[in-house]
Design a protein around this ligand. Sequence first.
Ligand SMILES: [Cu+2]
Length: 289
Amino acid sequence: MKKHIISSWIFSGVFALSGILFSGNAIAEEYRSSPWQMGFQTPGSESAVRIFACHDLLLYIETAIVVLVLLLMVYIVIKFNAKANPVPSKTTHNTMLEVVWTAVPILILITIAIPSLKLLYFIDKTEEPEMTLKVTGNQWYWSYTYPDQDGLEFDSIILEEDELEAGQPRLLSVDNPVVLPVNTNVRILLVSNDVIHNFAVPSLGLKLDTTPGRTNETWTNIDKPGTYYGMCSELCGVNHGFMPIQVRAVSKEDYAVWVEQAKQEFAQNGEPGSLPASGTVKIAAVISQ
Ligand SMILES: [Cu+2]
């Protein structure tokens, strides 16, 4: 957000403006892509801020390399074509030049490698988790478990078009959003019940596979209350496009209240990991579409 490329500024500025002019109502607390958006989504966590900054750094470096190579080629085409330079030079070696064109790419790679590795280690895991969320990928919905809250567990299933309320985005809204507190280090454990899925929430900088037979770990710390949308990002079968992720981030106080309500609400789910009857019916309906 702080360090966007200039083209992103211009494009997102224009499209944000048109969005405000034409939509009429602000979607300040909704973190998802908007029509014709060119840049990234508004980052909602430190990880996302750093990932987007790394992207911007790489884009500057890539642009400089492309421009340099293009200018060199234009120079060669003009200066050394058969007409302008009828007697070609017989030079085959230039030690100084060879040292430079070996050393400069190495320096560029080091410049990229250092911040990249720092970023990789930063987003890998949190040293001080304050709570844990277990995410289970299923064909084709997500289950969320709160091991710190007596194993509170529920399924999160896409809302069909006739179930959407005003303002709820199509293909991104679910019946039970996963609720997380803001300004909290949340350790996220990812598992799968069947095939490989991918838990991806762009505005939080989250994108990690859920793999059968192993547990993947990542983490987040959400900056602001709001709704953060994502979707499964690994082709996982016929309804791969219909298992969105909806994260509702709330204050720590609201989270504590929600946990107590959720324990009551989802108590009738029965054995942990079992699918509630309503879920089975809904999935059958989605598949039959
Ligand atoms: Cu999936």
